[in-house]
Design a protein around this ligand. Structure first.
Ligand SMILES: *[C@@H]1O[C@H](CO)[C@@H](O)[C@H](O)[C@H]1NC(C)=O
Ligand SMILES: *[C@@H]1O[C@H](CO)[C@@H](O)[C@H](O)[C@H]1NC(C)=O
Ligand SMILES: *[C@@H]1O[C@H](CO)[C@@H](O)[C@H](O)[C@H]1NC(C)=O
Ligand SMILES: *[C@@H]1O[C@H](CO)[C@@H](O)[C@H](O)[C@H]1NC(C)=O
Ligand SMILES: *[C@@H]1O[C@H](CO)[C@@H](O)[C@H](O)[C@H]1NC(C)=O
Length: 647
């Protein structure tokens, strides 16, 4: 699950509740004043798996809270994994901690099936995501909440609070458990400042320090008001003119102050009293460490833990140009219907695939931005993730996650032919079906891919499929043709009603999926006739074999017969044939395909029927034959409808 976390431009439900309740008593108060909450705008893909994972994770966290104040738990076995973290302020009793947690759970459940959520209270916080985030320290969205009441002695209060917060920033990363609560009386007597700092126990000391540096910067903005809170992914800070923890819960931070900050003197005196040499060495090391660390600049954003919320990042053209070595031949990964694709290495070391689109039409260019926004919000493990874009003149660049294993066609009939086992092949067929079902039925608008083919399906490190190029068909040039007859498909994969009449529905993808499934099973190209003694396309051959119940012969001969279950392979072939029936209405939806592929019985009620070889298909076949004769058997070409029929 390779995920990058660029983020910008996304709207979400996060909001801040600026309600400051004054502290009454340290006991029997779970401190459930809300600081921040938010739900991811992306829903789990399989809510059954998701809720069972979430429930198990939340129960696990609750159990752990019986003897600690920090816990993580995860359920990552099935789809829709859940990773979660809870932390209570250490000054809360176990009962208050559990009570705060319970409030957090009921609050976070309001996010329904969102695949990420968080809630932060004065007393505790709870967060879950679909990927691990335990080592996150400071992320965009870090912020602060201030009371709007000025302290009675503003100047004095500000000075003491600043010092106290700085000391906390310095000491907390050095304290086992990353928690410190402390107080300080104003120099002229009178008021007291109370403050605390805490980091997630799963971050490193330097991560804690980074986070508190940002938090301290944020919370200082609240002074000289009476209350301030700063929150971030990996830490929390709070100060107040009123006590919010009991006296006997204060931490003595003095031993941890050596090496910088405002209390150097105290530390040195401490060092003299203790073993001078050793302490001075430690002090020198710490000082060096602090001086040579670059504190991360505070980033302001709207959302804490923006990880679950990604929108398109606008890259600078120059950055992408240098990442791809000026779009050099060596960096070229391939050429698709939409333009060339290059491998790029960004300055932070992450590897991406950069697609260069050539869009001449002005209307298409205008569509580009809204289309990019739409597809950059599509998140599914079987769909290639769009990370961002750039444009310069007529040139538009799309930045995608990089898939080291390349495209499926290489493994079927390219240089890696014979590599894939049946298990891998069936996972590829299932994953592709899941990705399409998501695009058609689960995403908030139905996205029809229009160009499903083996070279558009990429394989990740585990040979699981990710569909590429979805949402782009709309951007194809349509200079000469009118809208409804734009044909964005590829010969050999495209449903006849779309190729011939331009009739577009999600069943166009079902058809192409069926063809890809046959390719995956047979290891043959859909539009290749060269290997056969009798001229037959893959689909025709599959139908013929099926009619004599000998379709198992279609299976790739490079596969070991002990490797697969004959009945299962036959079922997959039958489902593929059902998908490629001439009439769109006879083809199943992708969700139905998934059900058929994963269950044993349903297929009996829905035998594939080829009885109606439509005139469309016959026409289609003849056209295909004459076209592939004149191009080559290696026809990967994307044709426009006018080219295709204008003979
Ligand atoms: C997520 O689910 C909620 C409730 O089930 C629904 O209101 C919302 O529109 C869904 N969001 C997306 C992006 O599908
Ligand atoms: C998860 O817990 C909620 C609330 O307790 C419950 O309504 C739901 O049925 C549970 N879901 C699963 C899949 O266990
Ligand atoms: C969240 O859910 C709780 C009950 O589980 C309800 O009392 C509360 O009003 C909800 N909050 C919001 C903001 O919807
Ligand atoms: C300041 O606090 C008062 C009372 O707590 C509230 O009514 C008011 O809206 C707050 N003002 C701002 C700017 O937040
Ligand atoms: C802290 O003080 C409270 C009374 O304010 C008392 O109930 C509690 O037991 C004390 N805790 C410890 C650890 O001494």
């Amino acid at each position: 699950m390779g995920t990058c976390w660029p983020f910008k431009l996304m709207v979400m439900v996060g909001f801040l509740a600026v309600s400051i309740i004054s502290f009454q008593s340290a006991n029997a108060d779970p401190q459930t004043t809300l600081v921040n909450k938010g739900c991811s705008q992306y829903n789990a893909s399989n809510t059954g798996n998701f809720f069972s994972n979430l429930n198990a994770t939340l129960a696990d966290l609750r159990n752990q809270l019986s003897n600690k104040h920090f816990a993580t738990a995860q359920q990552a076995r099935s789809s829709d994994p859940v990773y979660a973290m809870v932390q209570c302020r250490d000054y809360l009793s176990t009962a208050d901690c559990v009570s705060c947690y319970n409030t957090a759970v009921s609050q976070i459940r309001n996010c329904s099936a969102a695949n990420g959520a968080r809630v932060i209270y004065d007393g505790c916080f709870l967060r879950y995501e679909s990927t691990t985030f335990y080592d996150q320290t400071t992320v965009q969205g870090n912020s602060q909440i201030c009371s709007n009441q000025t302290a009675p002695q503003p100047a004095n209060f500000q000075t003491e609070a600043e010092t106290l917060l700085q000391e906390l920033k310095l000491a907390t990363p050095r304290i086992n458990g990353f928690f410190a609560a402390t107080k300080r009386q104003l120099s002229n007597g009178g008021d007291t400042v109370y403050a605390l700092a805490q980091c997630a126990e799963t971050v490193s000391p330097s991560g804690c320090q980074d986070c508190l540096t940002v938090a301290d910067g944020n919370i200082q903005g609240c002074l000289p008001n009476t209350d301030g809170r700063a929150f971030d992914a990996g830490c929390f800070m709070r100060y107040s003119a009123t006590p919010f923890f009991a006296d006997n819960q204060t931490t003595n931070i003095n031993p941890y102050l050596g090496g910088g900050g405002s209390n150097k003197k105290k530390a040195i005196i401490g060092g003299v009293v203790g073993g001078v040499g050793l302490l001075l060495i430690i002090f020198a090391l710490l000082l060096g460490y602090l001086l040579y660390r670059k504190p991360k600049k505070a980033q302001r954003g709207d959302i804490l833990g923006a990880t679950e919320l990604q929108g398109p990042v606008t890259y600078s053209y120059k950055v992408l140009k240098s990442a791809t070595n000026d779009f050099s031949e060596e960096n070229k990964l391939g050429e698709g219907g939409f333009g060339e694709v290059y491998k790029g290495t960004l300055r932070n070391g992450s590897v991406v695939a950069v697609k260069k689109l050539n869009i001449r039409s002005g209307r298409a260019k205008a569509e580009f931005e809204s289309e990019v926004r739409l597809i950059s919000n599509v998140h599914h493990r079987n769909l290639v993730r769009l990370l961002g874009c750039a444009n310069k003149g007529a040139e538009l660049l799309l930045v995608y996650e990089y898939m080291a294993n390349g495209s499926l066609d290489r493994f079927l009939y390219g240089e890696k032919r014979g590599f894939l086992s049946w298990k891998q092949r069936s996972n590829i067929i299932l994953g592709t079906a899941r990705g399409l079902a998501y695009l058609h039925e689960q995403y908030h608008v139905c996205i029809i891919h229009r160009d499903i083919k083996s070279s558009n399906i990429l394989l990740d490190d585990d040979f699981l499929p990710k569909i590429a190029d979805f949402g782009l068909a709309k951007l194809l040039p349509d200079d000469q043709s009118h809208l409804s007859t734009r044909f964005a498909g590829t010969l050999g994969y495209t449903a006849p009603e779309y190729a011939v009449h331009g009739h577009l529905s999600e069943k166009v993808d079902t058809y192409s999926f069926g063809i890809v499934a046959l390719e995956v099973i047979s290891g043959r190209r859909s539009n290749d006739m060269t290997v056969e003694p009798i001229s037959e396309y893959l689909l025709e051959k599959a139908w013929k074999l099926y009619e004599t119940d000998s379709h198992i012969q279609l299976v790739d001969e490079t596969m070991d017969p002990n490797d697969y279950n004959v009945a299962e392979v036959k079922k997959f072939i039958e489902v593929a044939l059902i998908c490629t029936q001439s009439q769109p209405s006879e083809r199943p939806t992708m969700t139905e395909v998934l059900i058929m592929l994963s269950s044993d019985q349903s297929i009996e009620q829905r035998r594939p029927s080829n009885s109606t070889i439509s005139s469309d298909r016959r026409f289609f076949r003849d056209t295909l034959t004459s076209l592939t004769d004149t191009t080559s058997s290696n026809s990967n070409a994307t044709a426009s409808f006018t080219e295709f029929t204008g003979r």
